[in-house]
Design a protein around this ligand. Sequence first.
Ligand code: SF4
Ligand code: SF4
Ligand code: SF4
Length: 253
Amino acid sequence: MGARPKVAFFEFTSCEGCQLTVVDSLQTHPELLDAVEIVRFREAMSEKGDDYLIAFVEGSISRASDEAQLKQIRERAALVVALGTCAHLGGINTIRNRQELQSVRRYVYGDKADWYETYPARPLSAVVPIDAVIPGCPIDRGEFVAVVTALLQGRKPWLPDYPVCVECKLKENVCVYQRKQTCLGPITRAGCDAICPTYGDGCEGCRGLIPNPNLSSMKNVLAEHGMTADETLAKTTLFLTYQMMELEAGTDG
Ligand code: SF4
Ligand code: SF4
Ligand code: SF4
């Protein structure tokens, strides 16, 4: 058997839940451990190799000093994969991007606010080119296995470009709007098997927007179901702040 591709895991600002999901995936798919050599993975081992083909990077970039490390990872890896919503879209850390940074810092760190460096949180792709993403907060185990398999076979990983509603309808769920709840399923990328509506909650958009989302229709639907403009903004702030601000600025491709 030839040398196995070396892979490494890194984290920036994150809860490390996506890396824990990777550990879980490796337990249910041990064949992956035969297919790759893990040279760095702080959640699971103490070694720290610097020679790797694929870098899986979790977390958003939330301070200027993170950028040098990410660029170094980019230089060393042939493939960089954004692991989870924080890395893919800036994620939950971008909630602060709509607020005045110094007041956020004071809220969190009090009179020690000036001790801590920070800047508006952003996805990896705002700093370096990335080769693939695994969406979700946290990532889906099956999707992680599918993405790794595709990369090892030299294929571009496939992601659905249709909305969560498609999967929700295929599961024959009762739409949560029928129960006077709200849901971002019509504008959110599928791939999670509509897990939140299936268990009775509206989608919060953790997998990011579909290409060309119809935001004005979405806002109208939310307004028809009693949400004010402020509540609608809050609804899209949990996971979608970075993408929404890019669209508002007219810079999103
Ligand atoms: S995407 Fe969610 S689970 Fe993953 S690191 Fe970020 S906050 Fe944690
Ligand atoms: S519950 Fe959400 S995802 Fe399901 S059909 Fe209704 S709007 Fe779409
Ligand atoms: S239903 Fe929405 S919030 Fe829930 S996992 Fe899927 S994309 Fe994320």
